[in-house]
Design a protein around this ligand. Structure first.
Ligand code: PEP
Ligand code: MN
Length: 373
């Protein structure tokens, strides 16, 4: 009898969950967004037919993005699609199907581009078969410190060097970064050591200078929803490393990336860096499930920053291993050879020797998940 009762309860719970999830799809956050559409052309559609669809879309005041694929061309429609009818496109010559994209984002979605985006930074490719490691100090502190650490990062076998010149600090009394002189040090060391660089653009005032001095522009967790900055980043001409906000969902991260792609910059690398939870054994909670979740719905590469997630040097290496095991395209870690003297994030910096160990572990791990390193 008790078992039958439990069965009834379980069915009721399941039913309630189903109703709730349908309601969420219908009335939840997604309904606030216009419905993006994708026009899939027939395999044998001609260039004229593709152009015909594009011009029809444009005469409706919308943006058309033709995406040639191996099999067929698809045309993504952006703009206000509030009252748009599928029928207006279905009958055009060469059209195979008109799909309502099921996510609020479009350009970043797998429906829009099934194949993985590979972001090319000189000879370094992020999102391809090879796992990539970005290493360096939290902050650029001096020319000597930067040169020393860049040499260690290079010797460890990492592909990119990081270091902040503009630091987002919780306290206004904490070290704020060297600013422009820091960028100049970074560019000089990059040249001398031969590693491309990543550094943060804290606001629109410094974005152009950052894009001029670095190879990849980082948008930090605190700025993930700074839409003015995202739009400018979309026009800066450099790849963007976009970090997940500490209270942001994966959908919000992807919509933030959408802003950058919408401005014409397809080179976005997403970064999971831990989110705020009740757990207090680490600085943040590394949400590794974001990695396969993103991989499923977006073609953009995803890396993991175990340093800001952990906040403690002892947790960085295990979390880096877990990130690669979960399918991340790379990791970004903070190192320092004199952690006690570091001007920011001293507790999470690992020593260069520890980085060497991590690299060996990741090299062993990569083939297990069908990657190279
Ligand atoms: C950083 O990478 O230097 C940084 C400040 O990270 P986050 O924006 O993730 O806190
Ligand atoms: Mn830091």
């Amino acid at each position: 009898k008790a078992r039958a009762r439990a069965g009834v309860v379980r069915r009721r719970v399941l039913m309630a969950a189903m109703i709730a999830s349908r309601a969420a799809v219908r009335y939840g956050p997604r309904s606030h967004h216009p419905n993006p559409m994708l026009i899939v052309m027939k395999r044998d559609a001609t260039a004229e037919e593709v152009a015909g669809v594009v011009s029809r879309v444009e005469t409706m005041g919308l943006k058309a993005n033709a995406i040639p694929g191996a099999q067929r061309t698809a045309i993504g429609i952006t703009g206000n699609l509030g009252a748009l009818d599928r029928g207006s496109f279905e009958s055009l010559p060469g059209v195979f199907d008109v799909i309502r994209v099921s996510h609020p984002f479009k350009l970043v979605s797998r429906e829009f581009q099934p194949s993985d985006t590979v972001v090319q930074i000189g000879r370094v490719a992020i999102g391809g078969p090879e796992v990539v490691v970005i290493g360096g100090p939290c902050s650029i502190e001096s020319y000597e410190q930067t040169l020393r650490l860049a040499q260690r990062v290079r010797a460890a076998g990492a592909q990119l060097f990081r270091g902040g010149a503009y630091k987002p600090r919780t306290s206004p009394y904490s070290f704020q970064g060297l600013g422009l002189p820091g960028l100049e040090i970074l560019a000089r060391v990059s040249e001398e050591v031969g590693l491309p660089t990543v550094t943060e653009a804290l606001d629109i005032d410094v974005l152009d200078a950052v894009a001029e001095h670095a190879d990849v522009v980082q948008i930090g967790a605190r700025n993930m929803q700074n839409y003015t900055l995202l739009k400018r980043a979309g026009r800066c001409g450099k790849p963007i490393l976009l970090k997940r906000g500490m209270t942001s969902t994966v959908t919000e991260l992807l919509l933030a990336a959408e802003y950058i792609l919408d401005q014409g910059n397809p080179n976005v690398i997403l970064c999971e860096r831990g989110i705020r939870t009740f757990a207090d054994h680490a600085r943040n909670t590394l949400d590794l499930s974001a990695v396969p979740a993103i991989e499923k719905i977006s073609h953009l590469p995803v890396i993991v920053d175990p340093s800001h997630a952990a906040g403690k040097s002892g947790m960085v290496r295990p979390l880096a291993r877990a990130a690669i095991a979960a399918g991340a395209d790379g990791v970004m870690i903070e190192i320092h050879d004199r952690p006690a003297e570091a001007l920011s994030d001293s507790e999470q910096a690992i020593l260069p020797e520890e980085m060497d160990r991590m690299m060996n572990e990741l090299r062993a791990l990569a083939p297990v998940v069908d990657r190279k390193m």
